[in-house]
Design a protein around this ligand. Structure first.
Ligand SMILES: Cc1cc2nc3c(=O)[nH]c(=O)nc-3n(C[C@H](O)[C@H](O)[C@H](O)COP(=O)(O)OP(=O)(O)OC[C@H]3O[C@@H](n4cnc5c(N)ncnc54)[C@H](O)[C@@H]3O)c2cc1C
Length: 400
């Protein structure tokens, strides 16, 4: 893959920059900057996704036939890099990145016609009902039951760590439709509305005080069998396909690079006693080490992505991206904590509210650094822990 941008790529980059200059208003950018959690607050993020949807760029990774802009790999990478550098919100992309690819591959024509355009138009927020109390890494042991009743399933059980369930309109959910044979062979994949009778959502508050996670309870929830994606009891195949996109459907490097750029700017400012952190040998060595790793990861990411044509699945390489991307993100946030020094000890959640009438104790770049550091400890857990990714790489990439 060409690393240097061609004249057409540069023109495309300018087009993206012009759009961002106009559409990414100061209040949206500020809301994204002040977000301490994994995702930007929904009221801010959804204003941004509407703008992307109006422009036809929301599903930027999708093939044109399903409503994507039909960009090539370089264009997608440019778009993601420019968005990260500009500081766009981190959106809930479960519809775009997970449900969409699954419905494209396994959905019926009716499901494609109903679900895909609604994602392109940003009509609904989705959440993911995979994990259960007791079934995280060992996902196939899940116990939420779906029992047939006429044309419907009746669902009972519970999901946990369900990000965004408190504002989601719809859920994609793994349920047990058989207890016979191997545990992987009795699972089905369902799509349904979150406002059905019998669904209860309870918050799980994070260490930092944020509400992103939930536990969802199903008490005799009636879902049409027509909402099943793929054959009954074959949901494990569908679920694994979705995970490839969850772990590898986007480039991890652009946001880490954007964070690194900001970190370098912090380190180049004068700190106490007129010293600059960038002049500290030990800090510079750590920064250079991180930059080298990010560069290596970016090269691998571009190489693998360029080998994929539009809509193709990333396969087991997605585990490599997820593992390295999440580790590098954490390393970048650790160095940022070091760079902000004593301000890392400040807990001032009121300062996270855009436009709040409070004087932040920390300088602008330090307001959410600690909360981001703590929240992103989860990056090596969500979407499958690092240990689980290493197991997949050992088995499916290295053939050990
Ligand atoms: C912020 C956040 C958001 C999340 N959002 C969602 C969501 O929206 N929807 C959803 O369904 N889930 C979500 N999850 C759940 C997430 O997918 C699980 O937490 C994850 O898969 C790990 O499962 P667990 O928490 O049950 O840990 P466990 O599976 O109990 O693992 C505990 C420890 O044992 C290790 N371990 C487990 N099995 C192995 C093995 N075979 N080899 C080596 N080590 C192993 C793990 O790496 C981990 O360190 C979210 C989690 C977090 C933290």
């Amino acid at each position: 893959m060409e690393i240097e941008l061609s004249a057409e790529d540069l023109a495309f980059q300018n087009e993206v920059r012009a759009f961002l200059d106009e559409a990414l208003t100061d209040d949206i950018r500020e809301g994204a900057r002040l977000t301490p959690g994994v995702r930007t607050k929904p009221e801010i993020a959804q204003r941004w996704t509407k703008k992307l949807a109006d422009k036809g760029w929301l599903c930027h990774n999708w093939p044109a036939e399903h409503g994507g802009p039909g960009w090539n790999t370089v264009q997608k990478y440019i778009f993601e890099t420019e968005c990260a550098q500009a500081g766009t919100p981190t959106i809930n992309n479960m519809g775009i990145r997970m449900v969409g690819p699954v419905v494209m591959k396994y959905g019926t024509d009716e499901q494609k016609a109903e679900v895909l355009p609604s994602i392109v138009k940003d009509e609904f927020q989705w959440c993911q009902g995979y994990s259960e109390p007791g079934s995280g890494s060992d996902l196939a042991s899940l116990q939420t039951r779906a029992v047939k009743d006429g044309d419907d399933y009746i669902i009972n059980g519970s999901k946990i760590w369900t990000s965004g369930a408190h504002y989601a309109d719809k859920i994609f959910c793994l349920v047990r439709t058989s207890t016979e044979g191997k545990k992987q062979e009795g699972i089905s994949f369902l799509l349904f509305d979150m406002d059905l009778p019998g669904i209860k959502v309870e918050p799980v508050i994070m260490f930092s005080g944020e509400h992103e996670l939930n536990q969802v309870f199903f008490d005799n929830v009636r879902v049409p069998q027509a909402n099943r994606v793929g054959p009954e009891n074959k949901g494990w195949t569908v679920a694994k396909y979705l995970l490839e996109f969850e772990r590898g459907g986007i480039a991890y490097t652009p946001p880490v690079k954007a964070g690194l750029k900001r970190l370098r700017e912090i380190a180049e400012q004068e700190a106490g006693g007129g010293q600059r952190l960038i002049d500290d040998d030990d800090f510079r060595r750590q920064l250079s080490h991180l930059e080298t790793q990010i560069w290596a990861n970016e090269t691998t990411e571009k190489r693998v992505m360029s080998a994929l044509s539009n809509g193709q699945n990333p396969g087991s390489a997605s585990s490599m991206f997820k593992l390295r991307g999440s580790e590098l993100l954490q390393q970048m946030l650790e160095l940022t904590m070091r760079a902000i020094g004593y301000y890392g000890g400040v807990f001032q959640p009121d300062a996270y509210i855009p436009g709040a009438n409070v004087d932040p104790i920390a300088p602008k770049h330090g307001v959410t650094a600690t909360a981001k550091y703590f929240n992103q400890r989860a990056a090596t857990i969500y979407a499958g822990s690092s240990e689980v990714q290493r197991g997949i790489i050992a088995k499916h990439v290295l053939g050990l």
